[in-house]
Design a binder for this molecule. Structure first.
Ligand SMILES: [Zn+2]
Ligand SMILES: [Zn+2]
Length: 300
């Protein structure tokens, strides 16, 4: 197991008895990535058996309170645990909110808060380009500036020792093959793919609050796991007015998404449970769209 994704909150607007406000935790090679931080998120992290302290990167999709209210408290906890730094990626305005709250409650943290604010763009853009992974974002179509995020592991070429031995490649042959992609050995062409396998390349996408937009497909296509808001079942008028998606629209774009698994979240309180969503998905004969629940986990 390289990592896991845990849903911390799957309700829209207000929390309910069973569903917290938005939050998703991605654990990858010992680092923690938090996507949105609604009220109560830090307790959800603890209840999920994850480490609050290890939250290294925080991505806030937009400034609505159901996605942000947990942030000052979480930062205070990280600071009290003497975490040296945390990195926040969000839309313009997150810095002034934090300044305002932390100054307002007269709390001056020592933790270094590295803030990156973005103007949403219609084409996916890179927010973090690490040795092992890349995080991209794209502007969505909500009632305020809002961005979705995707985390993608960089594929790695792994050479198979047994194959190298079997083909009797010398270190000179191997260096040449690595740089040129092939080498001739005893008159036979040996290609890089003959002695290696490509590993990794896992992709996770989070599409938070938005009305219909092509940007969803641009960012999410080909994801292993896509967590996407589905505030409404089919109430198109409400979806348009409040800038949200319906399950009906997700079913419409489903063939273009080409995702291995799609997890619905951000359900409106108008539904007492998600059975109507499940019934509609079943009617389409689709078995890789599921309704999200708090603490649902996906290991990869
Ligand atoms: Zn929301
Ligand atoms: Zn919103």
């Amino acid at each position: 197991m390289k990592g896991k994704i845990v849903l911390l909150g799957t309700s829209s607007a207000m929390p309910t008895k069973d569903r917290n406000n938005s939050g998703i935790y991605l654990q990858y090679k010992g680092e923690g990535f938090l996507f949105d931080c609604g009220e109560g998120t830090q307790r959800q992290i603890m209840r999920a058996g994850l480490s609050v302290y290890k939250t290294d990167y925080i991505f806030i999709s937009h400034l609505h309170t159901d996605h942000t209210l947990g942030l000052p408290g979480l930062i205070e906890t990280l600071d009290m645990h003497d975490k040296p730094a945390v990195e926040i990626h969000s839309v313009k305005g997150i810095k002034s909110i934090l300044d305002c709250v932390l100054n307002g409650v007269i709390y001056a943290p020592d933790i270094e808060i590295k803030i990156n604010e973005y103007i949403p763009e219609k084409e996916p853009f890179t927010t973090i380009d690490d040795r092992d992974f890349v995080v991209r974002a794209v502007g969505l179509n909500h009632v305020v500036d809002c961005i979705g995020f995707s985390f993608e592991e960089k594929p790695k070429v792994k050479y198979i020792k047994e194959k190298i031995k079997e083909l009797n490649l010398s270190s000179t042959d191997f260096v040449r093959l690595k740089s040129e992609g092939f080498v001739y050995k005893d008159g036979k062409k040996i290609k890089k793919e003959d002695i290696s396998v490509v590993q990794g390349g896992f992709k996770f996408t989070y599409i938070p609050d938005t009305y219909r937009t092509e940007s969803i497909i641009k960012l999410a296509r080909g994801s292993d796991i896509l967590v996407i808001e589905s505030t409404y079942l089919n109430e198109e008028d409400k979806a348009k007015e409040y800038g949200h998606l319906t399950l009906e629209y997700i079913l419409e774009i489903y063939p273009k998404l080409e995702c291995k698994k799609i997890v619905l979240t951000h359900f409106s309180r108008r539904y007492k449970d998600t059975s109507l969503f499940e019934k509609r998905i079943r009617a389409e004969g689709i078995n890789n769209i599921v309704t999200g629940r708090d603490f649902m986990e996906f290991v990869f």
